[in-house]
Write a protein that binds this ligand. Sequence first.
Ligand code: SUG
Length: 451
Amino acid sequence: MTATNAREVNFDGLVGPTHNYGGLSDGNLASMNNLGDVSNPREAALQGVAKMRRLLALGLTQGVLLPHERPHMPTLKAFGFTGSDAEILQRAAYAPGLVPNVASASAMWTANAATVSPSADCQDGRVHFTPANLTAMFHRSIEHPVTGRMLKAIFNDDRHFAHHPPAPSGGRMGDEGAANHGRLALSHGAKGLQLFVYGHSAFERDQGTQRFASRQALQCSHAVATMNDVRGDSLIFIRQAARAIDAGAFHNDVVSVTNGTALMFHEHAFEDRDGTLEALKQRCAPLGFEPVFIEARADDVSLQDAIGSYLFNSQLVTLPDGAMALILPTEAEDTASTKAWVDAQIAGNGPIRQAHYMDLKQSMKNGGGPACLRLRVVLTDDELAALQGRALVDEAMADKLEDWIKRHYRDRLAIADLADPQLLVECRAALDELTQITGVGSIYDFQLTGS
Ligand code: SUG
């Protein structure tokens, strides 16, 4: 089996200036429970940059995706509001719930930005990008136009990159991007098996869940795999356990994570655990490897502890020396069962050799852990060179981002502040500067159309 030299680049979402606790995501326990808390956007963004620095220090390649314009004025105009920005915001504030929905900084969770298929698995040998339609939550459904523009601006070379529209939406036709997508491969550059995890069929009334709605439709997973041109022997569809969704695992990356040949997962992550593991073994055999299953049994880590601590929302990464490291939230260190489980992995003979705990509390309070904050993009050396440095982060860029955050961000934001016209002015000034700092260029509506 031939493999090209390739690496994984994590594109972290920079937390936006309107980061707040709007309680917008039904089924996401942290978001629901922290509704109305006062947020600290500056601290949130700095915590994100600290995570990027940790990955750089480990010798990994790091990228960044930019926040979106919020409050999103084009959406408010689509609701019929007219006048100056200040007038629109003032009038929209009377529509129940509308301003928090168009002001959420949710684009920071870039695991939901798109599904990215590495060139080694695709028929035409290019890297494919399909932005997620994010239909399930209104505040997230408005992200994909800017996400698509941003990805095209960064991965701007037709020889290496292919960009697709989001999967069709409407009703239960939801796609949540890479949060429900994994990949097993001998190495990043080798042909691999892509795991498309879904929760329901959009055409069936019974979704299997009792408490919360599933967000990912099987039909969307099919659409993404088809658009991304993934080879038939490089894909598999797996159903997420209804039980996990009902317990608060609104995305599969809350209960499982893949890297290299390893699948780290909770016993109750998949609807048919035994069948899934058997199918993965069979499908990986022709690719030249046996998958390594790193399982947390419910007796050791309850589903509740797994979801409360975000153990599986850690980043599982391969270090330059070939060993694997976990980048976890401190909540997984503070929860006795998950800390003991991680310690046992490190002490054992498995592939995980290091654990790094990061304080991401600002994002965690909205249900966004380390893995939610990043979009994985496997790139060969040539593909990486085609970026010409756009959106890549080194220590000097991390310094610039921190300086930019300190100059532009508030350290206190309540829901009532979201309709403040000055917040929009601050957000646009910050983003305008950021497109220059990162080399991404003009991508926002206010830059392109002046409104
Ligand atoms: O879609 N939270 C996000 C969290 C996304 C986490 N991503 C992954 N698991 N990959 C969501 O539920 C809450 C925003 C608020 O309540 O203000 C929010 O959108």
